[in-house]
Write a protein that binds this ligand. Sequence first.
Ligand SMILES: Nc1nc2c(c(=O)[nH]1)N[C@H]1C(S)=C(S)[C@@H](COP(=O)(O)O)O[C@H]1N2
Ligand SMILES: [Mo]
Length: 320
Amino acid sequence: MLIRTRDTSAPAASEITPEPIYRDRRRFLRQAGQFAVAGAAAGWLRTVPAGVTDVLDLESSPRRAKFSTDEPLTAEDSVTTYNNFYEFGTGKTDPAQYADALVTEPWSVTVAGACEKPGTYALEDVLRGLAPEERIYRLRCVEGWSMVIPWLGVPLAALLKRYQPTSAARYVAFQTLYDPDQMRGQRRSVLEWPYREGLRMDEAMHPLTIMAVGLYGKPLPNQNGAPLRLVVPWKYGFKSIKSIVRIEFTETEPPTTWNMMAPREYGFYANVNPQVDHPRWSQSRERRIGKLFRQDTLMFNGYGEQVASLYRGLDLRRNY
Ligand SMILES: Nc1nc2c(c(=O)[nH]1)N[C@H]1C(S)=C(S)[C@@H](COP(=O)(O)O)O[C@H]1N2
Ligand SMILES: [Mo]
């Protein structure tokens, strides 16, 4: 048996996937997918059961250029091995090592609170009929690193509208699965489980906000939050909650994990803001994974033109 060892510390610049290679590989995967479908129809090849891909065609999702950055992508290998997912441990390589234990099929999502259609829905029913898109977004972690990731997902607005939120819905709250048997990190109380996040309704319905179901042309790896996770590109990474099992429309601002843990350090809004430092470190610069030199962090992570209007009149120093 051949054992391949690799350095799991910060990836080198050479690991960045050149765009043409990634494009070619998507084409290859698409063709391989058609081959598998043809094989299944002929009865001599079983398709791999996969809840998300049963109802969404990820391989031919169009890229939404209008919403995507053209900066070089972070290497797929880094995106899937350098993670924050405390349910599987606090180390950056713990999620890739331990998230295999999570069973994502079957999966269901409970929708509750101020809406006309509350209930517990199979993941397939949550997603069926929605049109997935590829969005290349910057992800800026509050700890000071960033990545550029080709997500596959659906606009969160389209998903939420299915449940007909009422006028009482001013916020939407999300929860991650709680299951210490599958999520070994939950056997210790490093955070108050389950992980919770929330958005103001206008942030949730903003066209930039997506519910991601894949990356790099494929379904999400468990360590990145399978089977569905939020991506809110103008906010620090911790707002992008993974492996969601509950969505609740609320009238008041919902409690959120990092804010409960350290309210002076992590606010509800968590908009990327180079002018407001974390109490223990500066937020003015970031290390793009795979690059040698640090670079300036942009207001709203570079999405200011699209989202600054949401916060007109709000003191961003107080509402960090
Ligand atoms: N449930 C859950 N969601 C989570 C986290 C977590 O620990 N648990 N970490 C957050 C943080 S701090 C970041 S930076 C991003 C990382 O996403 P990625 O690993 O897909 O890059 O996930 C966020 N979502
Ligand atoms: Mo983060």
